[in-house]
Design a protein around this ligand. Structure first.
Ligand code: ZN
Length: 450
């Protein structure tokens, strides 16, 4: 934030033309520093009446609570432009906004400061924001994501005003620039992210591990049990006067499809069917992103434009009553509870045809769907086995049972008890081996029982 109070001088005056040859008039600007301004004006008016020649003005630059005096406003311009130049990259031709007005700073006119300061500030700059920096403001709608540095601003309250020369100490441009760029260590909050360790957090914040421990005495003991989202105190190096980098960002965002539910009496109750997949839409977001000292301090969506409308997803909800016998058309887990000990797929160089669901012997085994029993009996490796045909080429198989409760040819309903589980046949512990067979091929049961 930069405010200029120069007794009626506008920002443009500060930027382009010299002050000294301007007429001084009463300020019309309403600013935060009314009291001071009034004092200055009064002083001037009073003095003018007595002796116009005796008035000598100097220029006061205040940055938050720090105050510096200069002989000319030109020197203040040098200070501020040098701070901008040393705090950011590619500032040439970038418009600096002062009190809402654009000011073109002539960087060529700035005297070269000592190499020592330049070096220090390269260190200060640290890792740069990942935004690209061009010198243009994007006004047209672009479909490409982009980040454009639109303007710079000061993060601290900067006020420039003329005051009557008295016994103030006059500052030197180089010294003030150096002072304004001096780094102060300030405590900051750090939120633990996935993959963080104490040493990584220290590294990320350019601190030593010891310094991190000193700020967080509990950390050393709890280092192994850090939780994502926990807060730590870290140190951040902040210059006296920071630059706000204001970016115009364009981002493409996906819009999730709306889900429309519709009841359907041709589908059994308990079943939902996705009838139409739906499609994500796309929207273009134009955002203002402000970055201070490599940290995003503000992110606002300024404009959004739907590029592609999302297509709704249609989900049918079954309402038809489930038949007591015969297939319901969907499958349920044959056990109320179990522990999966082997999933479908490759095992020991072969394909495991089903799921091994560990349960204690004698547990109720239910028909995954209604259908006709096409096998119920002893089958060597499978032990006591039941197969149920559900129509549409789908069969389910239940093996290693201790007791069978259905017979060949019987029609069963979904969820009906067909056997008691066991450990018969080629089995290394009590479990149900459950298969879903489609057109003669065993498939992954989880594609059916969910
Ligand atoms: Zn098995």
């Amino acid at each position: 934030m930069l405010l200029i109070i120069l007794m009626g001088f506008t920002v443009a005056d500060f930027a382009g033309n010299g002050l000294m040859n301007k007429q001084i008039s009463k300020s019309e600007s309403s600013t935060v520093d009314q009291e001071k301004q009034v004092f200055n004006n009064d002083y001037y008016e009073d003095s003018k009446a007595e002796n116009k020649e005796s008035i000598e003005l100097i220029y006061e630059l205040s940055v938050d609570d720090k105050i510096y005096y200069f002989e000319s406003e030109d020197e203040i311009e040098q200070v501020l432009t040098k701070v901008v130049e040393l705090s950011t990259e590619n500032t040439k031709d970038i418009e600096v906004t002062i009190d809402g007005e654009n000011v073109n700073i002539d960087f060529e006119a700035i005297p070269t400061l000592s190499a020592e300061i330049v070096e220090r500030n390269f260190v200060m700059a640290g890792p740069n924001p990942t935004y690209t920096r061009n010198n243009e403001i994007v006004n047209d709608v672009s479909y490409e994501p982009s980040e454009v540095l639109a303007k710079l601003d000061f993060n601290e309250k900067v006020i420039v005003e003329s005051v009557v020369k008295d016994s103030q100490n006059i500052s030197n441009v180089t010294n003030v620039v150096e002072e304004l760029l001096r780094l102060n260590s300030e405590p900051a909050e750090y939120t633990i992210e996935s993959g963080d360790s104490a040493s990584l957090i220290a590294e990320k914040n350019e601190m030593s591990l010891l310094e991190l421990y000193e700020l967080n005495p509990w950390l050393e003991k709890r280092e192994k049990t850090l939780q994502i989202g926990e807060k730590l105190v870290v140190e951040k190096l902040i210059p006296e006067l920071s630059i706000v980098n204001c970016y115009k960002a364009t981002e493409i965002n996906s819009i999730p499809p709306e889900v429309v539910y519709q009841e359907d009496n041709t589908i059994y109750s308990g079943l939902t069917v996705i009838a139409e997949e739906g499609e994500e839409g796309k929207e273009l977001l134009k955002m203002d992103v402000d970055i201070v000292n490599d940290e995003i301090v503000n992110e606002s969506i300024m404009e959004s434009l739907v590029v592609t409308e999302p297509v709704s997803q249609l989900v049918l909800i079954g309402t038809a009553p489930v038949p007591e016998d015969g297939p319901a058309g969907f499958f349920v887990t044959p056990l109320n509870y179990y522990r999966l000990t082997s999933s479908y797929g490759p095992r020991w160089g072969k394909t495991h045809r089903g799921l091994d669901m560990a349960v204690s012997s004698g547990t109720t085994v239910k028909a995954s769907d209604g259908g006709q029993v096409i096998f119920a009996g002893w089958d060597n490796a499978y032990g006591y086995r039941v197969d149920i045909d559900h129509g549409n080429g789908i069969t389910t198989r239940y093996a290693h049972n201790s007791k069978l409760l259905v017979e060949y040819g019987e029609v069963v309903g979904q969820g009906e008890t067909i056997a008691k589980s066991g450990n018969t046949g080629n089995s290394t512990g009590p479990h149900l081996h459950f298969e879903v067979i489609v057109d003669g091929n065993a498939v992954n049961p989880y594609d059916y029982i969910g």
